[in-house]
Design a protein around this ligand. Structure first.
Ligand SMILES: CC(C)(COP(=O)(O)OP(=O)(O)OC[C@H]1O[C@@H](n2cnc3c(N)ncnc32)[C@H](O)[C@@H]1OP(=O)(O)O)[C@@H](O)C(=O)NCCC(=O)NCCS
Length: 139
């Protein structure tokens, strides 16, 4: 399995006891939520406006997440349409805060930029993005 993450580290957090399922392992929905948050940050920078999650492709959990693991989510813009943005998202854990790093899952999330009325809104051209956004997005 690859030891190289794809994309930019966008969020980091620690899996807490309150994020567990009844069996004591981290609930998969919590991991998906962290990925959606990170992808939303990335998509928002590309769109420079409000974005909404419209779809995500199928995903499988390769490795479990345990209480005390640091979950790091990496994001990268894969492609853009007129109003939509596809983001490649990878979730990695560092075991028990200091241990080995492992990829737990990955997926492609699609976001749509919305105007103030909640209608799909065209993305700005890459050249029109603020410098900080271009640096963070590596475009
Ligand atoms: C996102 C949303 C505004 C799109 O509305 P719509 O009327 O389908 O808009 P359009 O037909 O103009 O499509 C806009 C873009 O969305 C994409 N899109 C729309 N429905 C899609 C779907 N089911 N899957 C993937 N992409 C979709 C289109 O391809 C288009 O992309 P492009 O402009 O880059 O070509 C609407 O589906 C919506 O509000 N969904 C709910 C989103 C939400 O609330 N998410 C959080 C869930 S808790």
């Amino acid at each position: 399995m690859s030891t190289e993450s794809q994309g930019r580290l966008t969020t980091r957090t620690i899996a807490m006891p309150s994020d567990t399922n009844p069996a004591g392992d981290i609930f998969g929905g919590w991991v998906i939520s962290q990925m959606d948050i990170a992808a939303g940050i990335c998509a928002g920078q590309r769109a420079q406006q409000r974005v909404v999650t419209v779809s995500m492709d199928s995903m499988s959990f390769i490795r479990p997440v345990k209480v005390g693991d640091i979950l790091g989510v990496y994001t990268e813009v894969l492609e853009t349409g007129r109003t939509s943005i596809k983001i490649h998202v990878e979730a990695w854990v560092r075991r028990g805060r200091i241990g080995q790093r492992e990829k737990v899952t990955q997926a492609v999330f699609k976001f749509v930029a919305l105007d103030e009325q909640g209608n799909p809104s065209p993305l700005p051209a890459v050249e029109d993005l603020p410098r900080y956004a271009r640096e963070e997005l590596n475009v």
